[in-house]
Design a protein. Structure first.
Length: 317
């Protein structure tokens, strides 16, 4: 799932191939990109008018939303499933895959600039530093690696005690928040290394995001909850609850998963939640103004107001 910076569009993948672009405010499907053949495994918005996608087949493409046509496609960009995109900066971006490779691309032409075998297994986090001069990658080999964006030269390596499921850069500090498979949130600072920030869950954390002001961290995980924490102290913020509709299938860092009886909610009393949902919270995106959260689950997508106990928008999966 991806939300554009202007808060105009939300993009979600289709189980049977293709993607849907949804109007952020109304929840109405504005474009159904059925010509994208394959399961969507990575998505981003380089701008409010362009959509970048990666498929489980290894295809990468850039789509013009205004013209409803592809700008270009690279069917063999990766040999396996794409797992993510970095930010789009200075006309370049980086993609990652399930074999541990990263490729740097020219955004305008789609030319591959350079490649590196970055990890020994799947990568589930690739984010630039705020100045765009370095990029951090993390994966299931439990390694954090910092690279120069000029030549993809390796700058440092850190070994964590857990698999890395996601990572995000702070909008206000030279710091990354890392989602661990052990339920911990880790902080990584390029000049100081990593440390455990807070225990966020008794289960795996699948996704982690900062609010636009950098004051709050939002996580979603295997226990079916989305939690909110003070980004400086680690204290829980607030919670509300919601049950979503009958779930579909979801794509997580462990591949495509189908509904089963063991997806019941288990929420410790000491762990306030934003949304206690009866399936796994797979994706969460904070809006640019920091006042709303857009979540993708097995049933569809919901937009929640930070100060209300009900969804603003629901779009069926």
């Amino acid at each position: 799932m991806a939300v554009d910076g202007a808060q105009r569009h939300v993009a979600v993948g289709r189980v049977d191939g293709g993607a849907k672009v949804v109007d952020y405010k109304s929840g109405r499907v504005t474009q159904d990109l059925k010509s994208i053949k394959g399961e969507l495994s990575a998505a981003a918005f380089p701008s409010s008018d362009t959509f970048a996608y990666g498929l489980s087949t290894g295809e990468l493409g850039i789509w013009s939303l205004s013209e409803d046509t592809p700008v270009y496609t690279r069917p063999t960009a990766h040999s396996v499933s794409l797992t993510g995109f970095s930010q789009f900066r200075d006309g370049r971006f980086i993609s990652s895959d399930a074999k541990g490779w990263i490729h740097q691309w020219d955004l305008a032409s789609g030319e591959k600039l350079r490649s590196r075998l970055a990890h020994g297994s799947s990568i589930f986090g690739v984010r630039l530093t705020r100045d765009g001069k370095r990029v951090l990658t993390g994966g299931h080999d439990r390694k954090l690696r910092l690279w120069s964006t000029d030549d993809l030269g390796l700058l440092s390596v850190e070994s964590l005690p857990a698999r890395i499921n996601d990572l995000v850069v702070s909008p206000v500090a030279d710091r990354f928040a890392v989602a661990g498979s052990d339920g911990n949130i880790y902080f990584f600072e390029p000049d100081q290394g990593y440390r455990v920030f807070t225990r966020a869950s008794s289960n795996e954390i699948n996704v982690i995001r900062y609010t636009s002001d950098g004051q709050t961290l939002v996580t979603g995980g295997d226990d079916g909850t989305v939690r909110s924490f003070d980004a400086e102290t680690g204290e829980p913020r607030w919670w509300n609850r919601a049950a979503l509709r009958e779930p579909l299938r979801v794509f997580t860092h462990r591949g495509w998963l189908a509904p089963s009886d063991d997806w019941a909610v288990s929420v410790p009393e000491s762990a306030p939640v934003i949304s206690a949902i009866e399936d796994r919270a797979v994706e969460a995106r904070q809006t640019g103004d920091g006042r709303q959260v857009c979540m993708e689950t097995k049933g569809g997508i919901e937009v929640w107001a930070m100060d209300k106990d009900q969804p603003l928008v629901f779009e069926d999966g």
